[in-house]
Design a protein around this ligand. Sequence first.
Ligand code: BGC
Ligand code: NOJ
Length: 814
Amino acid sequence: MKYGYFDDRNREYVITQPDTPLPWINYLGCQAYFGIISNTAGGYSFYRDARLRRITRYRYNNAPFDLGGRYLYVRDDASGEFWSPSWQPTRQQLENYSCRHGLGYTTIGSRYQGIEASTRYFVPLDENLEIWQLTVTNDRPQAAELCIFSLIEFCLWDAQDDSTNFQRNFNIGEVEVENGVIYHKTEYRERRDHFSFFACSEPLAGFDTQRDTFLGPYRGWENPIVIARGQSCNSIAHGWAPIGSHHIKVALEPGESRQIVFVLGYQENVREEKFDPPNSQVINKKKAKCTLSRYLTSANADAAFEKLRAYWDDLLGICQVETPDVHTNRMVNIWNAYQCMATFNMSRSASFYESGIGRGLGFRDSNQDLLGFVHMVPERARERILDLASTQLPTGGAYHQYQPLTKRGNNDIGGGFNDDPHWLILGVAAYLKETGDWGILDERVPYDNQPGSETPLYEHLQRSFCYTLQRLGPHGLPLIGRADWNDCLNLNCFSDSPGQSFQTTTNKDGKVAESVFIAGLFVLAGCELAEITRHRGRTAEAHSYLAEVAKMKETIRKHGWDGEWFLRAYDDFGRKIGSKECPEGKIFIETQGFCTLAGIGLEHGSAAQALESTRKLLATKHGIVLHQPAYTRYYLEYGEISSYPPGYKENAGIFCHNNPWVIIGETRVGNGDAAHDYYIRINPSAREGISDLHRCEPYVYAQMIAGRDAPTHGEAKNSWLTGTAAWNYYAITQWILGIRAGYDGLVFEPVVPRAWRGFRATRKFRGVTYNITVDRAGPGNQVTLEVDGSAVSGSVVPPPPHGTKTVAVQVTLQ
Ligand code: BGC
Ligand code: NOJ
């Protein structure tokens, strides 16, 4: 069953039923002010950091699941009846309803008793505010006397504190109300130099800022006493829970429409000019007023919206494809690229499954995410790389996470995830291939943000590589440390106390447990580093890296191969993990995928064999599971992986993030049919028809789909913020469609299904637009290239002469 449909022309997903299986959400904002919004207007907003600068309050894991948000109420004064045009929180049976999630905006509208009300929510470019544009239309044959009430609940800034420290919080809430604008200023009296404001374009019939006055005793958001009575109380919050609610009266003739604009914004003042007059406690509102005067008109709000549209058109225009498969086109052209930008903005911090307080920006995660967004925002990718590298430790290791507001490594989590450093090499490699900006390697970047410790970025990469060389285990494979890519394979943890963090508890000295996955990663990163080094003219150094890579490949052949597939690891007792000798967890996806994508075993057939074993033992119709058989009990020596019930998350769930590794592996052995088949199994659009089972949004990837051992096999969880976005985008665009950014130019090596007669694409690359046509002349993947009508040998199109704007590339597959 479906709950909506794709409107590809408008680049929207249209939800036609409000009670979706889970909240189906969207993101607002793309620079510093962000919000998440569900299909019933649930969600919250923050400035830069979802933990440290939360603007509105949101209670996670509520019942109903999604409650609290950017709500409006319409009240019919004749009958006293009131409802929410976004369905929540009043949940009336609406006459019609639609939620259009678009790129950076969401429009939710409905009709109830002949009144149409629709709100467009978005964050204008270059502003720290969001706009709600409400249009109310009276479709009744007679005049209507309506009241509109707005509602948000303010968060007392630090979301962690806000949801725990009530003995303090209930005393500190403060607001000001001036000319109908509600200013939230909790802690402004002391060390905060920022406040938020909530304003409305219309004259007010009243307002409220104290939650309990607005709701009334023992009443919830679905039935506030103020709305039942039809009159705001002009309450001023002192302590307790500050909210923002405006009350507007609207009289509409039959057929008449009215637009009302609400603006919710964030403002910082310099400390010396916080107050106006200077010695008072009154907020200096000059800047906020100036901003408000610009956005509280429909015409200006419309103009800001058009700019936002143009921004997204430009970003998505960088890579557009026209293949025989609608799901491929839709995901590549719109939604997958869009999700990659969400992972750029959020990493794993704020979604409906990430509370915004738990996790900042991950070192591994953000470096990988680069693969999906570097072509859209290269300058910002550059800044991200330098920020990440600044949290690297002098040892070459890395803080596992950092907070976006402070850009400092997170001490609670620390480091010791032995795969982390290599992702920096891969992130930088992706950046160099896309941009050709070799100068980034000379940027001086500190370690652990310590002034004075700066070295060129290039040295950070050298240290990343050496980190592993200095940490090899008994078989010559890399020691795993706290974990590798699989945060839940905790081989040095040995935790038997409830509540201990699997990620940070280490009870063994870590000199035995080894990771074949890191070995594969080392091979890939080592090859990239060698290429980078060669480009810098250091041939001998490049050779030394390649020699280490060759050695590691040999070690994998000797100690990382189980006969029919790659082993996963060795545990603290030196016993195999991911071997036919193991009673459970005999085969793991990570090493089959990553080793084959790194090209390990291509020459002697083990890559093909590993892929064959994957197909036989791990592939299901909903995607490829992480391992088999699932762990049926807790293994002290394996950690969190065995803490999950079988079939969920890292315990044999379909971890969508690493399916594309196998997909790329299949392209490396030339199997386009298998690669695209796997791609489609987890493609959200292709799963739209089974939304009742899948349950998450059909327009974005989820981290996990329950595996075959779970009672809910096929059910997705944890949508939006996952490495799945970047890896699938990378797999489909650069490996299946085969349009790949290379150090020396754009590479064309499609490995598409045999049944495809061809496809077209446009790709902007280093300032040039490539208009690409791929035609199949035979069943294989052999490429013949013509560039602007002339034959070019090989598969790389070198940069055209300076000043060239467009290039026509004709690819023929034989
Ligand atoms: C999850 C992992 C995640 C880790 C990081 C674990 O509970 O299962 O997917 O990477 O937490 O915090
Ligand atoms: C999610 C984490 O964000 C990512 O870093 C990790 O690799 C996977 N889980 C697998 O554990």
